[in-house]
Design a protein around this ligand. Sequence first.
Ligand code: E4P
Length: 215
Amino acid sequence: MKFFIDTANLDQIREANDFGILDGVTTNPSLMAKEGIKGHDKVMQHYVDICNIVDGDVSAEVIATDFEGIVREGHALAELHPQIVVKVPMIKDGIKAIRYFTEKGIKTNCTLVFSAGQALLAAKAGATYVSPFIGRLDDISFDGVELIQQIVNIYTIHGFETEVLAASIRNSMHIIKCAEAGADVVTCPLEPILGLLKHPLTDSGLEKFLADHNK
Ligand code: E4P
């Protein structure tokens, strides 16, 4: 299972990359705004800066919601750097654009996915990644991890190559549950990734080993 970091914060991307477990980055317009990245040129440069830190795929989201606009923005993003994956919303023109990009050999990430039916359409269109948002589903009392299992099952039965990228991850347990459910990728902030390190028996065990060594 691949680990992506879900942020536009360059320090956190560097920290996760230095940790040695990072396979890629996802961003979205809200995450860019959170870092104060505004204006077309600055946004484009920021994507290049991210690509220069990590080796893997970097999802960059289109703003347009019509087919022509998505295609225009997607081409501009894909031309920025070979690591860019064009992130397209789960709407009718988005699916049409994903099919278009697939035929051009441009990688895509279908975002804002909340149902198995939507995931089926993304796979049919040839999306490289599908992003079910599990945390936002949990927020409204739907089981996000159950959706991951359902999508993984459908893709396995039908041999779809689209990778299931579990998004909107809120805690370390989400990561473990997504791993059990067969997600190909998890994308999350740095905190839940670092949370995987923690266990009180590791801390007390290490403390004792070091104390015994010093005796
Ligand atoms: C996915 O690619 C999105 O950027 C992200 O995971 C959304 O997470 P949130 O629900 O915490 O905003």
